[in-house]
Design a binder for this molecule. Structure first.
Ligand code: NAI
Ligand code: MG
Length: 337
């Protein structure tokens, strides 16, 4: 799909949020200027700073702005993250959280040639939000439904088909969480029957955590529940060189919200030293979602080139460039592809 110059094409809601969220967002929007598409940005606010002004971290108005856009770019929230990002995932039914784990040259990746994707169920599980104080302490309710488990499994298999991947692995703990993960595992294999061309298998989450360190190359597409996916994706980030590099997508049936896996990193905030790559690659995931695959590839290539050259990179990558300086380098590389 090609567009005439000057025609507004995509309506993108933008939530920079708190801390380094604002800095990596500014850097990313700078790079988006070099993308051969037109965007109509609608800026809105959420997070700790917004709560300090308004009394609430996330307003209905912001949710409506996101809902009526084609996609949302989200930076990070601070302490209010659960009331912002977790709430948006639930309210907007962004049920699939896609987190690629990819090793790039020039990074501190523990392995070369890693390329797998974690598909995390985003709406229920341990993060269903139901916690209660009891006389003895507190309890949390882990909700696993057939509907959400089948939906996330189908998403994983469809994603594998679309991106030419071969194996889909369910990660669970059905030997202990017999009922809840029993449902999850059963739902996964029910859906797997519709994809005989793909290999499907399953592992326990604790074994998976070890395999990430001992033989991560066995993974291709992982489908898992909310908390396990959260933990494994940070481990995945550690595998390939840190949180500054890992993008993510929250996808529903009508909308996608794209954000770095990292948070507001208060220790780095305000210093202009955060690595913008995770946010930039999140924008690339957004373009993929919008079926602008060529432009998405170009952004990724420009980031990869910048990292591989390793000269103008932020300090987490061993350099001393500022967030904006690295972004300018990525933009230059994008323009010269
Ligand atoms: P964090 O991801 O903000 O930072 C952890 C550490 O990772 C940082 O201290 C830094 O060393 C490194 N790091 C993260 N992003 C980086 C980047 N772009 N460049 C270079 N290094 C980077 O996680 P933390 O410290 O656990 O949480 C800080 C705040 O962020 C908390 O208030 C938390 O609630 C919030 N948070 C929000 C999330 C969201 O909005 N989606 C996700 C995770 C945490
Ligand atoms: Mg996390």
């Amino acid at each position: 799909m090609k567009i005439a110059p000057g025609v507004i094409m995509y309506k993108i809601s933008v939530i920079p949020g708190d801390g380094i969220g604002k800095e990596v967002m500014e850097a990313t929007l700078h790079i988006m200027e070099a993308v051969d598409l037109n965007f109509d940005y609608e800026f809105t606010d959420a997070g700790d700073e917004y709560a300090a002004k308004s009394g609430i971290p996330l307003s209905e108005e912001t949710i409506d702005i996101v809902r009526s856009s084609d996609s949302c770019l989200f930076g990070a929230a601070g302490e209010s993250a659960a009331d912002v990002i977790v709430k948006m995932r639930q309210e907007l039914n962004l049920y699939a959280n896609l987190r690629p784990v990819k090793s790039y040259p020039g990074t501190k990746s523990l392995f070369s040639n890693l390329d797998f994707v974690i598909v995390r169920e985003n709406t229920e599980g341990m993060y269903s939000g139901i916690e209660e104080e009891t006389e003895e302490g507190a309890t949390a309710t882990r909700i696993i439904t057939r509907k959400a488990s089948e939906r996330i499994s189908k998403f994983g298999f469809e994603y594998a088909v679309k991106t030419g991947r071969k194996t889909v692995t369910a990660v669970h703990k059905a030997n202990v969480l017999k009922k809840t993960d029993g449902v999850f595992k059963e739902s996964f294999y029910k859906i797997a029957q519709n994809y005989p061309q793909l290999k499907s298998n399953d592992f326990y989450v604790d074994a998976t955590a070890m395999y990430f360190l001992t033989k991560p190359e066995i993974f291709d597409v992982i489908v898992t529940t909310n908390l396990f996916g959260d933990i494994l994706s940070d481990e995945g980030a550690g595998l390939v060189g840190g949180l500054g590099l890992i993008p993510s997508a929250n996808i529903g049936d009508k909308l996608g919200l794209f954000e770095p896996v990292h948070g507001s990193a208060p220790l780095l905030a305000g210093k202009g030293v955060a690595n913008p790559s995770a946010m930039i690659l999140s924008a690339a995931l957004m373009l993929n979602y919008l079926d602008e695959v060529e432009e998405a590839k170009k952004i990724e290539k420009a980031v990869v080139k910048t990292l591989a050259e390793g000269k103008i990179v932020t300090r987490d990558m061993g350099g001393n460039a500022s967030t904006m300086k690295m972004a300018k380098e990525v933009k230059k590389n994008l323009e010269n592809l």
